[in-house]
Design a protein around this ligand. Structure first.
Ligand code: HEM
Length: 465
């Protein structure tokens, strides 16, 4: 754990981040290595993160800055490494820009295209020409307050300059939290459409299965233990045997809140013009109510188990549509190990300001920085986006005759045109109600890259590689 970077096995939980993108253009490989060595001294390890979590439980004192370092395939190339020392994942080596625009993601699954937009625009108005300057590295700074992130960044700027690295630009992460009744208790993280996010996570640390007193927590069937090898791989760049790293997918996804809310209202109207229920309409699209209650339930249930469910009793999607976001991205078929192999460790954070009560409905400037760790970019992120979310005919079971369609939150392709793909059945009411709503894209990719989070000893040893 002292050699693995923080945030991979468990999210860092800080509310403020700065994601700084670097270019190594014009740097000699020695200078790149010198930069990585300097960064190794301040890169947070999984062990430090674990100790801080224990300290917090014991004393309520929270830890300090978390700093993570990521390299893209171009960043590795700038180090002048032999091919065998560059992480081998084909998607990682090609980079997100190439992969996101392939006509179709190559076998083994041959899904529809990921269909990323032609032009990236994640740094509107700044000097970074994101149409051609792919980042070589990304440094993530996370802390409890924006000013603390700013202090760390000021110190790091000198380190970047010392070695000749150029800061291309940065994204600021700002967690939004659900307001708790009765004051300033820290609420759950929500994304900009207003839904609690980050509920369903693969668990693999012993402590994830114990409560604060070390007693095993009751475990539902969907809180099974994952193998860490689904999220970490051995670090090919490192001379020692036990070093591990992780592939990391970064996508800045802008959310059009106004359009999404309009759509929820339209769907509610269409399902029941007399008595429109926007909460249910939203739950049909997301697969959960705003508070996280699964859409399988007839309405939000306080304290309901939020991850211990599957869709066995709702095979055709009468309670939770089969195209709802959480159903598309984790179909939860009992016993299907191959399906579970596509799960990622999601570590996203929202960006952009909002009114404290979320009464504003911004069309631009807010969104989700989707970040996820995994062992195989093609089989995990690309598979989920292409073979599931963008795929009008998924799920494939014959029990689901039609009414499939794309994921209305993250799809980047339209529906096939089959009229059943617009149909929304609310099977909670008797007789069932049916509404009609076309797919409208409310989430747009602003930019992103595939990175690798190397072991800390790799960063330390970079000069002698
Ligand atoms: C779950 C929103 C992008 C994959 C969720 C949840 C929300 C949400 C509200 C429910 C909370 C939970 O179950 O943890 C969003 C929004 C996005 C976005 C607003 C874009 C702006 C993505 C992307 C992917 C993804 C790009 C992958 C390609 C997942 C997965 C789950 C999830 C795997 C958990 C499903 C489960 O295990 O039941 N998302 N998401 N999301 N999302 Fe997203």
């Amino acid at each position: 754990l002292s050699d693995l970077q923080a945030n991979i096995l468990k999210g860092h939980g800080r509310d403020h981040t700065k994601n700084v993108f670097l270019s190594f253009a014009g740097m000699k490989s020695d200078a790149v290595a010198g930069l990585l060595r300097d960064l190794s001294f301040v890169t947070t390890s999984a062990l430090t993160q674990l100790r801080e979590a224990e300290a917090f439980k014991a004393t309520s004192l929270s830890g300090g800055t978390v700093l993570s370092v990521f390299l893209s395939a171009n960043g590795y190339r700038a180090l002048g490494l032999p091919d065998a020392k560059i992480p081998a994942d084909k998607a990682f080596r090609a980079g997100m820009r190439i992969r996101g625009r392939l006509p179709a993601v190559p076998l083994p699954f041959n899904g529809p295209p990921i269909n990323d937009p032609e032009k990236e625009h994640w740094e509107k108005g700044e000097a970074w020409d994101s149409a051609k300057d792919d980042p070589d590295a990304m440094v993530l700074i996370a802390d409890e307050q924006a000013s603390l992130v700013g202090n760390s960044y000021s110190a790091l700027q000198k380190v970047f300059a010392k070695h000749g690295a150029t800061v291309l630009g940065s994204d600021i992460g700002l967690a939004q939290r659900r307001k708790q009744a009765g004051g300033d208790v820290r609420g759950e993280g929500i994304e900009h459409f207003g839904y609690v996010d980050g509920i369903s996570q693969p668990l693999f640390l012993t402590e994830d299965f114990l409560d604060n007193s070390g007693v095993p927590k009751p475990r539902g069937k969907w809180n099974e233990e994952f193998k860490a090898s689904q999220f970490v791989v051995s670090d090919p760049g490192n001379p020692t045997t036990f070093s591990c790293g992780s592939y990391f997918v970064y996508r800045k996804l802008e959310q059009n809140v106004k359009l999404s809310k309009q759509r929820e209202r339209l769907l509610a109207q269409s399902v029941d013009p007399q008595n429109p229920d926007e909460d249910r309409a939203g739950a049909m699209v997301v697969g959960r109510f705003e508070d996280g209650t699964p859409a399988l339930q007839s309405g939000p249930v306080a304290g309901a188990p939020t991850n211990d469910f599957d869709y066995t009793l709702d095979p055709v999607g009468l309670k939770c549509p089969v195209r709802a976001h959480v159903r598309k991205t984790n179909p939860r078929t009992p016993g299907d190990k191959s399906e579970r192999s596509h799960i990622m460790a999601r570590r996203g954070i929202t960006y952009g300001p909002r009114k404290p009560d979320f009464s504003d409905e911004p069309e631009t400037g807010v969104g989700l920085i989707f970040m996820a760790y995994m062992a195989d970019v093609n089989q995990q992120f690309e598979f989920t986006q292409s073979a599931w979310a963008n795929n009008t005919s998924f799920p494939f079971q014959p029990a689901v005759p039609a009414k499939k369609g794309v994921d209305f939150i993250i799809s980047q392709v339209a529906n096939s045109g089959d009229p059943s793909e617009k149909e929304w059945i609310d099977g909670h009411s008797q007789p069932q109600k049916v509404g009609v709503m076309d797919f409208v894209q409310t989430v747009t990719l602003m930019g992103g890259e595939y990175f690798f989070a190397p072991s800390i000893s790799f960063l330390q040893s970079a000069p002698s590689l």
